[in-house]
Design a protein around this ligand. Sequence first.
Ligand SMILES: O=C(O)[C@H](O)[C@@H](O)[C@H](O)[C@H](O)COP(=O)(O)O
Length: 261
Amino acid sequence: MAKQANLYAFPDTASLAPALRSYVIQCQEAGIARHGAFKVGVSGGSLPKILAQGLLAPSSGPHDEVKWDKWEIFFADERAVPLDHEDSNYKLLKDELLDKIPDDQSKPIVHTIDTTHLNDTQELADQYEQVLVKSFASRDSVKLPIFDLLLLGCGPDGHTCSLFPGHQLLRETSAWVAPIEDSPKPPPRRITLTLPVVNHSVRVAFVATGGGKKGIMKEIFEEGKGLPCALVNEGTGDRCSWFVDNAAVEGVSYQRRPFSL
Ligand SMILES: O=C(O)[C@H](O)[C@@H](O)[C@H](O)[C@H](O)COP(=O)(O)O
């Protein structure tokens, strides 16, 4: 049987966050061992807050250190808005996490969109793809960028990044970063990593919490039906891990795994 996504369920966010921290640190160490840096993509939603809960906690020792100076942060998707706009995923990450990193610690490199191209989402996407090209070596020599980790959310319709159910963007096979002008969830104009890039990541972690998620979690894990989150599960197998609370997976028939590294 093909290897399947890991489902880790916790009683609440307070117990999920430290496990997510351990998982992220493991990915960080693997990235540093591979290429001297940790290249991570993040999305918006509730993720930055839960991530901050885990990552800003005090270190329990040398094997539990967040090495911010090695981090290169990218956005799995971003809205075509200024960086200080309420809809900006960068602003969300900045407010929830980046601004709270203590002053005596180094700061990560953060790759934001180039807001001079906000009026042209194709150009915005192309420019962001060039940021990836520079960081992951030239596009000619690298077929797809390989993130050490993508940290993603799951929308109530099963979307992830800005890849929405039934949207033609799910069939994109060439671009690394694509524009979308008709996102069913506002704001409509965004850019997003494409499905091949997501599925090529060394590891993918979803964070989904709250009882509002259980209907869509049932669909993703029991039926699939081509939902974007299910396509990532299928494309990444056991490289994919879900960090959820019990409420989000109540009644979902899929084997939970005890969390351990
Ligand atoms: O760009 C967006 O529309 C949101 O960022 C979205 O993709 C979010 O990640 C999911 O809807 C999960 O949201 P929650 O984590 O808040 O449930």
